[in-house]
Design a protein around this ligand. Structure first.
Ligand code: DP6
Length: 400
């Protein structure tokens, strides 16, 4: 009797044009399109193993990082599983000889190689890995864009984690959500020099969840209406910045859109504050680096962005990322040693800021640990299929 099992990994994505607001909360249809960069799974990923077996006790079971989570039929996970089962059952109807996997109970184990509640979009990579592994288990013929419609119903931003590179989530117009899906706007290989530095400001669970925060914004923020008139133009500008590998335009738009999103949060009633003093100081540092760099070379050096939490993601090109890391280390000494996965720091003094005209007096250094750790990564690929030796499940269908 063969084992019906599949293991997949999926990446984290960090938006440069933010999704914030739903026009349909059940189907998770957004009030605006968004665009993200997929980060490298060598550094950040969710891994999921799905198995189905006729002999399992009735009912689906799922473990996240070793802890069992209830799978409610009308919950987000339950909806994703139901929709993928439906797709499998259509495949089975077309071919009598196929095993009726759609009717068998599931056992699913998922694991993130980074802290779940660090505000690092773990729901996005987690749900994308779930969808990717079930699609593999069920041998579904659907394209990644069609599968992204399922991931979207698990968590909006998850739909973008089904692709590598530079990814747009098109808001769509149809009320059933069939055209609200993700698509690649450029592959990783089109612009592989894009690096990212994640400054982990807090690894505690975030205050206001994105789901409830964005709903409150939709209900109360007049400024959101203005944001919605800006985003279509910004999507076009961002796509052309990526098409022409124009980092200045990419960084300027990324920072503007992050600031606009956080302004909309402040305009929500009661207001939502995701940034803290350390986040704002990181903005100050990148602004000073860019001011000096623009004066010296005519170009920007980095672009910051923040999601629903205080952590800062700084995008910079490969040739400039070491400068950014050194500058952050000088003003925000971390508790954890920096692992330097790309070996970019060799040769220069730690803390030296090698941008002509950079004003070292712009701020004094923060207390050690204000930024807890730094994660250096870069643009990456989409979901990966792993072999059976990477399975997260034991023989009996419980997690290893
Ligand atoms: C700030 O995808 O977590 O990260 O659809 O309710 O699950 P739900 O929300 P979620 O929101 C992410 C919001 C954001 C911006 C973004 O990723 O585009």
């Amino acid at each position: 009797m063969p084992t019906y099992e599949a293991t997949s990994t999926a990446p984290v994505n960090i938006a440069v044009i933010k999704y914030w607001g739903k026009r349909d909360t059940a189907l998770i249809l957004p009030t605006n399109s968004s665009l993200s960069v997929t980060l490298d799974q060598d550094h950040l990923r969710s891994q999921t193993t799905s198995r189905c077996d006729e002999s399992f006790e009735k009912g689906d079971r799922l473990w996240l990082n070793g802890k069992e989570e209830a799978v409610k039929a009308d919950g987000r996970l339950g909806v994703c599983i139901r929709e993928l089962r439906k797709m499998r059952s259509e495949v089975e109807q077309g071919d009598e000889k196929l095993p009726k996997l759609s009717q068998w109970p599931l056992r699913i184990a998922s694991y993130n190689n980074f802290p779940t509640a660090a505000g690092l979009a773990s729901s996005a990579s987690g749900l994308a890995a779930l969808v990717a592994s079930l699609a593999q288990l069920y041998e579904l013929p659907q394209s990644p864009s069609l599968l992204s419609c399922i991931a979207r119903q698990g968590s909006g931003s998850a739909c973008r984690s089904l692709f590598g590179g530079y990814v747009a989530w098109r808001e769509g117009t149809s009320s059933d959500g069939s055209d609200s899906l993700a698509e690649e706007v450029a592959s990783r290989d089109h612009w592989p020099e894009m690096h990212a530095l994640i400054c982990v400001v807090s690894d505690k669970k975030k205050g206001t969840s994105s789901t409830s925060g964005m709903q409150r914004t939709v209900e109360t923020s007049p400024l959101l209406q203005h944001r919605l008139t800006l985003v279509p133009g910004r999507m076009k500008e961002m796509e052309s910045a990526i098409a022409s590998r124009d980092f200045d335009a990419f960084a300027a738009l990324t920072m503007a859109d992050s600031n606009n999103f956080h302004a909309v949060c402040l305009d929500t009633s009661p207001p939502i504050f995701y940034l803290n003093d350390v986040s704002r100081a990181l903005i100050g540092l990148v602004e000073e680096l860019n001011r000096a760099s623009k004066e010296a070379t005519g170009h920007l050096i980095a672009g910051y962005t923040f999601d629903a939490g205080p952590n800062c993601v700084i995008y910079a090109l490969e040739g400039n990322i070491a400068t950014v890391i050194r500058a952050v280390q000088r003003y925000f000494p971390t508790e954890a040693a920096f692992p330097d996965p790309f070996g970019v720091l060799g040769g220069k003094e730690a803390g030296e800021v090698d941008v002509k005209g950079f004003n070292v007096e712009w701020s004094s250094a923060w207390d050690k640990g204000s930024v807890k750790s730094l994660i250096h990564t870069r643009v990456g690929d989409g979901p990966r299929k792993l072999g059976q030796e990477e399975s997260l499940l034991k023989e009996d269908g419980t997690p290893k």
